[in-house]
Design a protein around this ligand. Structure first.
Ligand code: IDP
Length: 140
């Protein structure tokens, strides 16, 4: 399997509860390497651009407001099959459906406030990484 890079976000519900380190430990224990990371405060507009694909969904406004409700940690994870591996470590979108031991099973508060984002495919990973990071910030 090829080495991949994926965009991860530790969402405001998790940064507020001081869970960044515990979540990063899950990534590192799974063999994912954090090759870039920064803590930023998004505006609802910036969150809206990031989540543009969900513009027509009923929860879009709520999602943008939530993503701007506190700091997020944006990060690039690298590893063998990193995109699928990260989504495995994250667990299902709804914590009620997330497998035991996954980040969302352990930490998420609801289907909306679910602690982490992870890219879902190579093309979206490339776009999402470029939204937050320049090439010089990726230190593999
Ligand atoms: P994913 O984050 O597991 O890839 P998506 O379906 O792409 O899930 O949804 C993106 C994000 O939108 C979710 O992580 C969650 O924060 C939010 N979201 C998804 N479904 C709902 C919902 O039914 N109500 C509120 N927020 C939702």
């Amino acid at each position: 399997m090829a080495t991949e890079r994926t965009l991860s976000i530790i969402k405001p519900d998790a940064t507020k509860r001081n869970l960044t380190g515990k979540i990063n430990a899950k990534f590192e224990d799974a063999g994912l390497r954090i090759i870039a990371q920064k803590r930023i405060q998004l505006t609802p507009e910036q969150a809206g651009v990031f989540y543009e694909v969900h513009k027509e969904r009923p929860f879009y406004g709520e999602l943008c407001d939530f993503m701007a409700s506190g700091p997020v940690v944006v990060q690039v994870l690298e590893g063998e099959g990193a995109i699928a591996k990260n989504r495995e470590v994250m667990g299902a979108t709804n914590p009620a459906d997330a497998a035991p031991g996954t980040i969302r099973a352990e930490f998420a508060e609801s289907v909306g406030e679910n602690s982490v984002h992870g890219s879902d495919a190579p093309d979206t990973a490339a776009v999402e990484i470029a939204y937050f990071f320049s090439g010089l910030e990726l230190v593999g």
